[in-house]
Design a protein. Structure first.
Length: 480
């Protein structure tokens, strides 16, 4: 229990100095004693002060642009910011301390390209509320609150709620929020964002905040960025106290120039000679498509299943990609990147187990270099549906052309898994001049030095295997 004089001094110091409030945030018992003071209650109307004192967000003291963002009352906001700037974190603070605690019965909806992605921002919101002894009591059912994996509702006197959903028409139908927070907006399919989300904004003074890293030119996120009716925050990574000099140095060493401009400087740039343009990739993202992360917990899919195995060497990863034919769609539902240095015997065991579960109609293996013995071993343990391919310039063109055609015809569905998306977008091409008059012009593919394209090739091989009508009679699965 604080003495009256000490309590008064702490209150005055917190109100006069945000840095002192940041130090006070380390002492929950002190916060409890001062929180009900009318002056502190009034100060909580400032989301910056509330975030620092209640959520222990000390870094905000030295983040003027983040403070400006938190205090911004604009009904339309676009945040196009670099990696690590703190988009999701800052918006989550805004959701809790500007909306949830200040607008009675507010309905806040977090939407992103997948449930997994929307949960990242929701988890921040949940942490802000549950870590505070003052706030988490309002989530108890006895106070009218509710707390589930995707919903956080405060009881009286607040009665507002936050819900996280994927950008799926089936999940969003009937939702008309007061505040819509769109995370990683740049990779949400154009039609979904323009036709579904925007049409849900029917309430008076409804607020829309879209955040993301620039990706693709012909997209509503970039249109909003250039719209004078939107308040725009365009911030590079190095303008955030959350990004260290060590982070920047590491990124500069591993990023291409285009990556640096897009990921760090938050500029709209197209990868030079990219075979899979950003806009084409984005339109293949399916918000309802989820990845299987654990083979042993996987549900057996219905439909022909195809796999692609890209075998790594010392400096490359081995990757297994699996797709299923669902009607007219090729749906990518499993991707596993083996750690560098994984023994081929372990790769074989993993592939064999996946085949036992999913019963591949075909698996295509890159047998360039070390692949022949792998193909033989897979056949020896019971996979009779294995096809090995040596990747030459000619069949690389055929395989990637097939993948691109499926994308252009809107037959391929992928998740919003950014490492795969980046590998697809970084695949570059150049024309090879024919050596004779009889030869045609060929394409040669490459990826930036120091980067990888193993995920892309595993997916491309799986899709290539699905070009033929599946033959289930060839599948023989034996225990191993």
């Amino acid at each position: 229990m604080l003495k009256a004089e000490d309590r008064e001094n702490i209150i005055k110091a917190c109100l006069q100095d945000l840095g002192f409030a940041a130090k006070t945030s380390d002492y929950p018992d002190v916060i409890k004693e001062i929180a009900e003071d009318p002056r502190i209650m009034e100060a909580f109307k400032d989301p910056v002060f509330a975030a620092v004192l209640l959520a222990n967000q000390k870094w905000l003291v030295n983040a003027p642009k983040h403070q400006e963002f938190l205090r911004d009352n604009s009904t339309r906001i676009v945040a196009a910011c670099g990696r690590g700037w703190g988009k999701s974190l800052t918006i989550s603070l805004k959701a809790v301390y500007q909306f949830l605690l200040r607008i009675p019965k507010v309905e806040i909806l977090i939407v992103s390209s997948s449930q997994r992605q929307s949960m990242q921002m929701f988890d921040y919101c949940e942490k802000h509320v549950m870590a505070s002894d003052i706030l988490n009591m309002y989530t108890k059912p006895g106070r009218g609150g509710r707390h589930t994996r995707t919903i956080l509702k405060l009881g009286k006197p607040f009665e507002g709620r936050i819900e996280a959903l994927p950008c799926s028409p089936n999940k969003l139908r009937g939702k008309h929020p007061d505040v819509m927070l769109v995370d990683e907006a740049s990779i949400i399919p154009t039609e979904m964002l323009a036709s579904e989300l925007i049409m849900m904004l029917t309430k008076p003074d409804v607020r829309l905040i879209m955040a993301g890293t620039p990706f693709g030119f012909d997209h509503p996120f970039r249109t909003a960025f250039n719209n004078p009716n939107y308040r725009v925050y365009h911030e590079p990574s190095y303008n955030s106290p959350l990004v260290s000099k060590e982070n920047l140095e590491e990124w500069r060493q591993i990023m291409t120039q285009e990556q640096w401009q897009r990921e760090v400087e938050a500029k709209w740039v197209e990868v030079l000679n990219s075979y899979f343009p950003e806009d084409l990739i984005r339109e293949c993202v399916d918000p309802e498509l989820g990845f299987i992360e654990d083979l042993e917990k996987a549900e057996i899919p219905r439909g022909p299943v195809f796999a692609g195995l890209d075998l790594g060497k010392q400096q490359d990863f081995s990757v297994l990609a699996i797709i299923i034919i669902d009607g007219e769609k090729l749906k990518h539902f499993y991707l596993y990147q083996f750690p560098l240095g994984t023994k081929y015997s372990e790769v074989i065991a993993h592939v064999a187990r996946a085949n036992q579960i999913f019963r591949f109609s075909k698996i295509i293996v890159d047998k360039s270099g070390v692949g022949d013995p792998i193909v033989e071993e897979l056949e020896n343990i019971g996979l009779r549906n294995v096809e090995g391919i040596v990747l030459t310039d000619t069949n690389k063109e055929e395989i990637l052309s097939n993948l691109k055609i499926q994308m252009e015809q809107k037959r391929l569905a992928i998740t919003d898994y950014m490492p795969l998306i980046m590998q697809m977008n970084e695949q570059q091409y150049e024309y090879l001049k024919p050596k004779t008059a009889q030869e045609r012009i060929h394409l040669k593919f490459k990826h930036p030095s120091g980067h990888h394209d193993d995920m892309l090739w595993a997916l491309a091989l799986a899709v290539y295997g699905a070009r033929e009508k599946p033959d289930r009679s060839r599948i023989i699965v034996k225990p191993f």
